[in-house]
Structures are given as C-alpha cells and as structure tokens.
Design a protein around this ligand. Structure first.
Ligand SMILES: [Zn+2]
Length: 385
C-alpha cells in the first residue's frame, strides 16, 4: 500500500463514523491492514462482545522504554446537529479542516499513525508505540483493558503522549472523575397520608443536600499547591439531572439522579467514593426502616483517575524537548493519561486543536494546528532515531 500523508490518513480515519455506540471494527480492520502493508504487526484488545477493538503496535527495537502515542478511535454523535458539510468527509474551508473527530481526536490519530510508519521505515533506536482505544467518549472505559492487554505483548513503554486537543500545550495534570446513577425507591401513598409512605424525591433531596454540604466542606480549607493549579482549585461534586414522581398528591415512588465528582489529583478519590457509598447506605437503611420496599440503589457509571503532575517525568521532559515549550498547564477534562499513569507509565497530554471545538457542530481543526502536530511528529521521529 502507498504511504499516506497525514492529511490522507485524516481523511480516511474521519470517513469511518465511529460513534461510541457503534462498532469501530471497520476503522480497525483498515488500520491494521494499512500498518501490515508497511510490515507493522498490530495487536487487538477486544471489548466483551467483540464489537469493538483497541489497536496497539510497536516499531523499532524490541526493548522497553518506548514513547507511546495514545489516541481514541471513537467520536461523539452528530445526531440533531445541523452540519454545514458532511461530518464524515474532511472539508477544508478558511484554513480549517471540518469533520467529526478532526479535533477530538482523529487529527492526532492520523499524525500518530504517520509517525509510526515513518519511524518504522526510517529505522529508530528508541521504540515507538501506537495505542488506539475505543469508548473514550463514554467514560474512558476502553483504555484500561487495552493497557492491560499491552503488558507482555509489547515491551513496556515509558513516556505516553495522550494527544487530546491542547493546542500543542504541555498538560501535566487533570482532575479525576467518578459518576454515580442514584435510584431512590420510595413508597407511594396519598400525600395526605405522608407518614405512611416514603417520598423518593424528599428522601433523595437529603442525599443531594449532603452533596452540597460536602462541597462546602471541601472548599473551606486553603487549596493545596497541586489543587491551586486548577480552576476551580478544589474537588467538586455535582448533581446534573433529576427525575421522579408522578403527581403532586402522591408520595414519589421513584427518584433518579446522577452524582458526579471531579477530583483534584492530590485529593483522595477512593475516600470520596467511599463517602458517597456510605451516605447512600445510611439513607437506604433509614428508608428500609420505614418501608422495606424503599431504599437507595447506587451504580457507578464512570470512573477516571486524575493525572498527577510528575516530578522529573519522562513524558514531560520529552514533550518539553520536542516543543521547546517550558510552560505546563492543567485541564479540567479527564483523559486516558491518568489511566496510563495509574498503570505505571509517565504520561502527559499534548495534541493539536482546541478542546473548544471538540464535540461541536461543524467540529474542525485548524490547518495550522494540524501542521504543528505534524512538525511535532517529525521532531519525535528524528529524536528517536
Ligand atoms: Zn477525546
């Protein structure tokens, strides 16, 4: 197969409508074939029902210490968005490349694939790896099994660059996140008989008020040095949606809401999670004491570890060297970098494009950003040489 340019690779990757809810196997099949045509063996990490796969590959000497370029293959939906041009065809207008995923993050994916093939064909002394996950957009659930699958199949990499859009700025930290679906089960009676029933709404409100109290307690002390890098400089807990009840004069049989927390890197996320579980269990017990049918059910629906700024981190040193940029920053969105770090890698975020364009109607990456990403990859391959 011909060697494709970064732009041709971007066109190809965007043409696969890999929305998180559908299979990404067309893209994976194509990419595996493309890499194979250049003599690069790729490995798959399947999801449970084998409808999706992550793909990872290693080029260069078969030794530890690779630079790992990490991207995700899935994109957010375009449903209900009124696009100016076909979201699955990269369209250049006014110095911008429009298309779903151009920014988040098939632009980086295309550049990473380009770098892998370039490093393989030129020959490098230090290895390079590509790690392309699935289901990032639905809570970063695809990366942990992929990272586990990489162990022992390819030599352990050292420095991970997660190419989420940062305008090529070096990002060394982000908050972690955890989300819970809460279902409060009440007991329906006529509201005039309130004390014989359980209002799921009124009981659920106790848990929501507890969340408010937590926020107040969290924000009271001076933020730590790491927390002070963030805006806002503390862990936050939030209830973003709620539903429940059937009529003004019936005690609500059900109330459902979601609690999500964004945790600064040096806060104890496990303790925060345990506190939610303890509080829910306490409410559950008190409801059951009134009515055995009532209770609280908690379901964790996502959990992403924070990215801790590292001391003398290998990934940070690498990106500083390649970008000449000494500034570091933190972001408030979660990425797979925290998951790589948790698995023992040094990890940072650095990628082309602006997060403000991610998930938008008429998503785009500026041509200049894409070129800056390409220049980064060229310097990387030279550096590995
Ligand atoms: Zn992304």
């Amino acid at each position: 197969m011909n060697t494709l340019t970064p732009r041709q690779l971007l066109d190809k990757l965007v043409s696969f409508p890999t929305v998180s809810r559908v299979s990404n196997l067309d893209l994976v099949d194509w990419l595996e074939g493309y890499l194979a045509s250049h003599g690069i063996a790729a490995h798959r990490s399947w999801n449970e029902d084998r409808t999706k796969a992550a793909l990872f590959a290693h080029v260069g000497p078969w030794v530890e210490g690779a630079v790992v370029l990490s991207g995700h293959s899935d994109v957010v939906p375009v449903d209900g968005q009124d696009w100016t041009s076909d979201p699955w065809t990269v369209t250049e207008r006014d110095g911008r490349l429009y298309g779903r995923g151009t920014c988040d993050m098939k632009g980086f994916d295309a550049l990473a694939v380009w770098a892998l093939v370039e490093a393989h064909s030129k020959g490098v002394k230090r290895p390079l790896q590509l790690a392309l996950s699935y289901d990032e957009e639905v809570g970063c659930t695809g990366a942990p099994p992929m990272i586990a699958a990489m162990q022992g199949v390819v030599p352990k990499g050292e420095a991970v660059v997660v190419g989420e859009p940062s305008r090529m700025a070096l990002i060394t930290g982000h908050k972690g996140g955890t989300g819970f679906h809460v279902h409060v089960k009440g007991f329906e009676v006529h509201s005039s008989l309130l004390s014989y029933g359980v209002s799921a709404i009124m009981e659920g409100a106790r848990l929501i008020q507890w969340v408010n109290d937590q926020n107040a307690a969290i924000q009271a002390p001076q933020p730590s040095a790491v927390a002070a890098m963030f805006d806002p400089p503390f862990t936050t807990m939030h209830v973003g949606m709620i539903e429940g009840g059937t009529a003004h004069n019936i005690t609500a049989g059900d109330c459902r809401f979601a609690i999500e927390m964004r945790v600064v890197p040096d806060d104890d996320e496990a303790a925060r999670i345990a506190a939610v579980e303890t509080e829910a269990a306490r409410l559950d017990a008190s409801l059951k004491a009134k009515r055995p049918e009532a209770g609280v059910h908690l379901e964790k629906f996502f959990g992403v570890p924070a990215l801790r700024p590292e001391v003398d981190g290998a990934a940070e040193a690498l990106v500083r060297r390649l970008t000449g940029n000494n500034a570091t920053g933190v972001v408030s969105y979660g990425t797979e970098a925290g998951q790589f770090q948790e698995a023992g890698y040094s990890a940072v975020v650095c990628g082309p494009g602006d997060i403000a364009q991610a998930h938008q109607v008429d998503e785009f990456i500026e041509v200049s950003e894409f070129q800056a990403g390409h220049a980064f990859m060229q310097r990387l391959v030279e550096h590995l040489g």
